[in-house]
Write a protein that binds this ligand. Sequence first.
Ligand code: AMP
Ligand code: ZN
Length: 468
Amino acid sequence: MGLRFFNTLSRSVQEFVQLDPAGKEVGMYCCGPTVYDFAHIGNWRTFVFADLVRRYLELKGYQVRHVMNITDVEDKIIRRVRETNSTLAEFTGQYEAAFLEDLKTLNCLEPHHKPRATEHIGEIISLIEKLLARGIAYKAADGSVYFSIEKYRGCGCTYGQLLKLNFEEMRPGERVKSDEYAKESVADFALWKARVPEDGDVFWSSPWGEGRPGWHIECSAMSMKILGESFDLHLGGEDLIFPHHEDEIAQSEGATGQPFVKYWLHGAFLLVEGRKMSKSLGNYFTLRDLLAKGFTGREIRYLLLTAHYRETFNFTMDGLQGARTALARIDECLGKLRELAAGRPEAAADEAILQVFTTALDDDLNIAAAWGGLFDWVRELNRRLAGNALPAATAAAALAAWERIDSVLGIGTVAEAKAPAELQALLEARQAARQAKDFKRADAIRDELKAKGWIIEDTPKGPKLKKA
Ligand code: AMP
Ligand code: ZN
């Protein structure tokens, strides 16, 4: 059996069959950050999940075109621009830069395209014009343009593809201006919002007068511009299913008459110490808050990757401590394998562990099962290492397998891992020899380390060991 994902559209686990029958390219869009603040670890759970999907598809041999938009105009942003007395570009620029820095800290691969909403106003206007031409959108008296759910359904299209909707309870025609994603109304939604005094300098001209785009239309316009009218995968947190993603489908399919996205994948929420993350409870963490507490991006990434993406994940400080211990176990084993395999040519990867890993991830990214298999493997390797019963060739094959596995997990390349404790002790002995001006001994230790595959690198914090 091949790769399978739970598709929110069909509410079932389905085999992944890419749209492009000829090539290997897979189009993948993940709704990106709204850049009005630092991203919190709940947001990061979703982006690390998207990174996992992309990396795993790449391991499977697909060529992924990964798009993540930057929402740089939206109600909350405009409010903050006003409060901070800055320009839109100044204000969003700082949070976009911080976001991209955090993305690196968490070792997420950079998306191939990072379109900004404010740079796609032309595409957004064209899309709204198409909807108006098809009679699915209408202009209101104040110059705003709304999407009509009734007209859309009248064309034989389905509103409520991701979620079963009770139309009796809907209030079509209500014109809700706020598109903050906490919005619960399922009424007609804004495609274009007419300029109001509170918008300040944030507006663009359009055939309907000055204003700005609604949030949902941004994603339809940018995803279709880069990936085409129909593409393979669309991801986001579960809170985006409705109304954001439902509205993206309606706008896109309403304009093109084509199916928009084949597989919709949604990540479950992150809770903190069992409760919803909120500023008032004081359990709200940005990535930077955790770095300031002394944790590393690698530890946080590991923790975010321990649970299945469709299960609510409970973030705890104990969990983060546990991540540190788990990584130390992996590092220690890898360090010993490296020592044993030092100087050997590249080996073929151990297929058995790769099989365990891919079988688990093929099954709707069952990462918990993948970790289970990996820790069994580490335990067995440690047992054989302790009994001096592991051939060097086996160590080399294990390392080659790890390199492939880590191309998906991204918790640390072979070269980044810490040297084992014995080698650290040798490094310290060399320092002591140098201080005692025993350069002969210092050089001998350096050569010994080199023979074991490690070189000494001088850093501002003193000498460090680096994989040769
Ligand atoms: P935003 O910057 O608010 O547009 O959110 C960016 C992404 O983070 C979206 O895909 C949201 O669904 C996701 N997200 C927001 N809060 C959480 C949370 N507590 N757990 C997981 N994902 C979240
Ligand atoms: Zn979106």
